[in-house]
Design a protein around this ligand. Structure first.
Ligand code: 1HN
Length: 351
C-alpha cells in the first residue's frame, strides 16, 4: 500500500520544515528550471534616437561632467528587466556622451566593452597606450583588463553606443576593476599602429594570440572599410534571403570573434529587401547605421531610422525589411553560447 503524503497541506508543511535548512524540493520547480524552449526574461524594444533619446543624451552634458560621472552614459535598460542595467538577459547597452575638451578617466576592468560610434567625430578612445580616433559607424573594442580612457579633442559632441558583457561577467563572480593613477594614460604608440600591425591581412611575424578566443589586437574596425566590403558584395548580388549581406567582425589572428564574449556583425539590406524570418537563442541588439526599414520582432513591428536601437530577445522570430539601402550593426552573446554548446538557430519561412 502506498503510504506517501500526497495531500497539498501536508506537503507544504514538510517544505516549511526543511526551509530553515536551505533545502527546497526540486519537483516543485523542475518545470520552471527546464522549460521546453527559451522563455526570455527580456522584452523586444526600440529606442528612437533622434526624436526620443538624443535630447536626453545631450542634456546629460549640462547635468554632469564626463570627469565627475567617470562615464557619462544613459543606460538602455530593457523594459522587462527594471533595475538590472541590462539590455538583454546577458548584455548591457548605454549611450555615452563626450563633449569637446572633456576626458573620461582611465580605468580597467574584467568586463569587455565595444563602442559603436553614433554621431560626431574627433573623439578618441585610448586602449593600452594607443589612441583610436572615432568616426560614425566605427566599431572599437576594449578587451578585458586593458586600460582605457576617452577624450574629445574635436569641436562637436560625440556619442557612441557602449556594449558590455556585464551580466555574463557578473554570473561568474570573477570580476575586478581599478582606476589608473592619472586621468589619461600615457600614449606609447602612435594612432593607427595596431591597425598597421594586424589590420591588413598580415601579422607581425612573431605574433601569437594568447588563447584561441583572445580579443582582437585590432582595436578599431573603421566603418568606411566594412561598408565598402558590404557594398561590393551587394553589387555582386551575394544576397541571403534571410540576412541580406551579413559579415561578422573577426580577430584577424585567430578567425574567431573580435571579442571573447560578444559577437559583432554588420549587414546590408538593399532597398526593397524583405527578409525571411529567423530565430536564434542569442538575443541581439541592433543599431541602424544608415537607411530605414522595418523589423518584425515576434508580434511587434518596429519602423527604424538611422541611429535607432532595437532588441530581439532569444528565440523570438525576427524579419528585416529595408525601404532604402540599410546598414545594421548588431551584437550578441553568441561566442559564449557556442563555447557552451547552447547555440541554436532556425531559418523560418522557407516553403
Ligand atoms: C565602462 O568602463 C565604459 O569605459 C562604459 O567607456 C560603460 C558601463 C558599466 C561599467 C563600465 C567605458 C560602462 C563601463
Amino acid at each position: 500500500m502506498d503510504t506517501r503524503v500526497t495531500d497539498k497541506t501536508a506537503r507544504a508543511a514538510y517544505y516549511a520544515r526543511m526551509q530553515p535548512r536551505q533545502l527546497m524540493p526540486l519537483w516543485e520547480r523542475l518545470h520552471m528550471l527546464v522549460p521546453p524552449a527559451p522563455k526570455p526574461s527580456c522584452a523586444p524594444m526600440l529606442w528612437r534616437y533622434d526624436a526620443e533619446v538624443r535630447p536626453f543624451v545631450m542634456e546629460s552634458g549640462s547635468v554632469i561632467s564626463a570627469e565627475e560621472a567617470i562615464r557619462r552614459v544613459l543606460i538602455l535598460e530593457n523594459p522587462a528587466l527594471p533595475g538590472s542595467s541590462k539590455v538583454t538577459t546577458s548584455l548591457y547597452a548605454g549611450l555615452q556622451l563626450i563633449l569637446p575638451g572633456e576626458v573620461a578617466p582611465s580605468h580597467r576592468h574584467s568586463q569587455s566593452a565595444l563602442r559603436f560610434i553614433i554621431e560626431g567625430a574627433g573623439a578618441y578612445t585610448a586602449v593600452d597606450g594607443e589612441r583610436t580616433i572615432m568616426h560614425p559607424g566605427d566599431f572599437i573594442i576594449t578587451p578585458p583588463w586593458t586600460w582605457h580612457d576617452h577624450g574629445n579633442e574635436g569641436s562637436e559632441p560625440v556619442v557612441w553606443l557602449d556594449g558590455l558583457d556585464l551580466p555574463i561577467a557578473e554570473l561568474f563572480d570573477a570580476t575586478f576593476a581599478e582606476n589608473f593613477p592619472e586621468a589619461s594614460q600615457p600614449v606609447t604608440r602612435p594612432a593607427g599602429n595596431s591597425f598597421a600591425r594586424y589590420g591588413y591581412n598580415m601579422l607581425p611575424v612573431d605574433y601569437r594570440p594568447a588563447f584561441a578566443t583572445a580579443p582582437s589586437p585590432v582595436f578599431s574596425y573603421p566603418y568606411a572599410r566594412s561598408r565598402e566590403a558590404l557594398d561590393k558584395l551587394a553589387r555582386d548580388r551575394e544576397l541571403d534571403a534571410w540576412e541580406g549581406v551579413k559579415l561578422r567582425y573577426v580577430n584577424p589572428a585567430t578567425g574567431s570573434w573580435a571579442m571573447p564574449t560578444i559577437a559583432t556583425f554588420l549587414q546590408l539590406l538593399p532597398k526593397g529587401f524583405a527578409g525571411k524570418p529567423t530565430r536564434r537563442t542569442d538575443a541581439t541588439v541592433y543599431v541602424c547605421a544608415e537607411g530605414r526599414g522595418r523589423a518584425r520582432v515576434g508580434n511587434q513591428a518596429y519602423e527604424f531610422a538611422p541611429r535607432d536601437i532595437f532588441v530581439v530577445p532569444s528565440w523570438t522570430p525576427l524579419s528585416l525589411e529595408a525601404g532604402e539601402d540599410t546598414v545594421l550593426f548588431s551584437y550578441s552573446d553568441r561566442p559564449c553560447q557556442e563555447a557552451l554548446g547552447l547555440l541554436r538557430e532556425e531559418r523560418l519561412g522557407d516553403g
